[in-house]
Each structure stands twice: as C-alpha cells, then as structure tokens.
Design a binder for this molecule. Structure first.
Ligand code: NAP
Length: 303
C-alpha cells in the first residue's frame, strides 16, 4: 500500500489503520468474543496479518474492553518485532486532572508492553467550550506535554465524534494529530474541521470509515437488493478519495477482513480529476460545478 505522510508528524502511515475497538467489544451475533482464548488468538492473528499486509497504523484505547484491546495489542506487538513496524496510537480520558492523564498513560504503556506511545489522543466525543477550557488550561494538555518532554509520548492528539466541536482544539495549535468521525453518511467534518486541520498541518485520522455498519444496516431494510460488499467498498473509497485524510481506522475482526480491505486499498487509485475535498457542498456551488462541467458560461448564481 502506498503510504501517506501523517501531517506535521512526518510519520509515514498506511492509508488504512487497524481500529482497536473490536478487540475490546463482544458481538455474539457475529460470533465474536475477544475475552475468550479463541477470540484472543483470532485477534492476535488479525493484528499480525494486518502488519504483514502493510498496515502500519494501529489505534486503540484503554476504554476498549477496560484495557483488553490494549493488552491484546501489547501481546501481539511484543512478538517478532511487530512493534517497530507500526505507529501505535492510543487514548486517555481528558475530563480529570493532569495526574489522571499521567496515570492513564502509564497503564497504557504497561498493557501495550512498550516504552513509547507514538500518538496519545484525548478520547473525545463532543467538546463544549468548558471542556476546551479544561483541556487547555486545567491540566490535560499540560500532562500531555510533560509526557512528550519525558519521551514517553511522541505526538499529541485528540479524537472527536462531532467535528465542529473540534475547531477550538484544532485552532489551539497544541495537537499534532486529530481523529474525526467522517464517512459517507457523517460528513460534518468535510465542512467544519478537515480544512482547518489541513491548514494547521495536522495529521488526520478518521474513525468509523465504514459507518460502523450503520449505513449497511439501514440499507438492509430500505434497499435489500444492494450488495453489502459494494456498500463497504464505496464507504472505504469515499474516505480514501479525500486528500485531507491520511489514515482511516477500520474496525476489522478477522484476518480475512484485513485481506479484503487491503485488497480494496491496493486496487484503488483515486481518479486524478476527483478529490472529495473539492466536492461542492452548498447548493449554489453544486449548480455552478454542474454548469462548469457542461461549460455553460451563462449561469453564475450567487451563493
Ligand atoms: N471516539 C473515538 O476515539 C472513536 C470512536 C469510534 C471509533 N474509533 C476508532 O475507529 C475504529 C473504527 O470504528 P468502527 O469499528 O466503529 O467502525 P468502521 O470501521 O466504520 O466499521 C467496522 C465494521 O465494518 C465491518 N467491516 C470492515 N471491513 C469489512 C469488509 N471488508 N467487508 C465487510 N464488512 C467489513 C465490520 O463489521 P461487520 O463484519 O459486522 O459488518 C466491522 O466491525 C475503531 O475500531 C476505533 O479504533 C474511535
């Protein structure tokens, strides 16, 4: 897979990363339980397969199965030199004190069996102005900076489900990496955060690139004849075709899901004259773009 540069970190990463949620969550309907010995063997095989197939970014969190996902990554990465082959990103909570962040990072290092976290992200949903003030002024950012100074964290980041609430943290310039919810159905980041992150030179990761299965589940009821595999394919291509995105963290449970997704990425070259970043999104802009395509100079509606 052709690697991309993760913004100002300068790290080279694969266009898809291995999302760590599945290694901390049970889905019995899908026959998935990472708390059983068999589930753990499969998780480790999936992590190894991902790295062998060229995935060089992994994203986990202490909150995924109360440390289970991190522990499985720790076990998998401590074998056969795998740790050196990946950019390892994890998270911590941000609504407590500086000491809470330091303690969380220490526990992550132990579970992940490593001396250094490549990216430590404040694990976010949506951020109110009070949250932003707390993060920037009341301890969490200070703790992240201390960890970076000590060499236990290389790059600082945060994750955000509601991209417009990420704007003040992006604007602060304090973070190297942002992970945003962005996919075919949640496009808020395209309007409210991705340009800002690019302009700051940040590394941009995407969470839920396959819509966490929400689009697929919806279509199963509303348009059952659409082949599900094609829906996944389009969802993945959508984020790959946005030049502002550096890595899409895909949730993959089984080695064969790794194979399918790597094959999709390897076979896909975004068309040269198409970038999701340039898609017009306001109605007047869409009209203008359509007119430009048929080269009609008469129609220039105001925005
Ligand atoms: N706040 C945060 O920081 C935050 C929040 C959410 C997620 N994340 C990160 O983002 C990662 C991904 O999010 P996610 O797991 O919710 O969503 P996702 O990657 O959008 O979707 C994951 C699901 O897609 C399906 N899938 C993947 N590849 C497939 C393929 N080739 N063919 C068919 N199905 C395929 C699998 O489900 P089925 O097999 O059941 O279809 C998988 O469970 C997480 O693991 C985590 O690392 C971060």
């Amino acid at each position: 897979m052709e690697e991309r540069v993760l913004g100002r970190t300068g790290l080279r990463v694969s266009p898809i990363g291995l999302g760590g949620y599945p290694f901390g969550g049970v889905n019995r309907a899908a026959g998935w339980d990472p708390f059983t010995p068999q589930g753990q063997r499969t998780a480790i095989a999936t992590i190894h397969r991902a790295i062998e197939r060229g995935i060089t970014y992994v994203d986990t969190a202490p909150g995924y199965g109360e440390g289970t996902s991190e522990s499985l990554f720790g076990q998998a990465l401590s074998q056969g030199g795998y740790r050196q082959r990946v950019t390892l990103a994890t998270k911590c909570r941000w609504n407590g004190s500086a000491q809470d962040v330091l303690d969380s990072a220490g526990a992550s290092l132990r579970r992940l069996r490593t001396d250094v976290l490549d990216v430590l992200q404040l694990h976010g949903g949506m951020f109110t102005p009070e949250d932003v003030h707390h993060i920037l002024e009341q301890g969490p950012l200070d703790a992240l900076r201390r960890l970076r100074q000590a060499g236990t964290v290389r790059f600082l980041g945060f994750t955000c489900e509601e991209p417009w609430t990420a704007r003040p943290l992006i604007a602060s310039g304090a973070f190297d990496v942002v992970q945003l919810r962005y996919n075919l159905i949640y496009q808020g980041a395209a309007l409210h955060a991705l340009d800002e992150a690019r302009d700051q030179g940040m590394g941009v990761a995407v969470m839920r690139p396959m819509t966490s299965g929400i689009l697929q589940r919806t279509l199963r009821f509303l348009k059952p004849e659409w082949p599900e595999a094609e829906v996944y394919e389009v969802a993945l291509k959508y984020v790959l075709a946005d030049s502002r995105v550096h890595v899409a963290n895909v949730g993959m449970r089984w080695p064969q899901e790794v194979e399918q997704n790597v094959a999709l990425v390897e076979a896909f070259r975004p068309p040269e004259d198409f970038d999701v970043a340039d898609l017009p999104r306001l109605t007047a802009g869409i009209y203008r773009a359509a007119d430009a395509e048929v080269r009609d100079p008469r129609s220039q509606p105001a925005e």
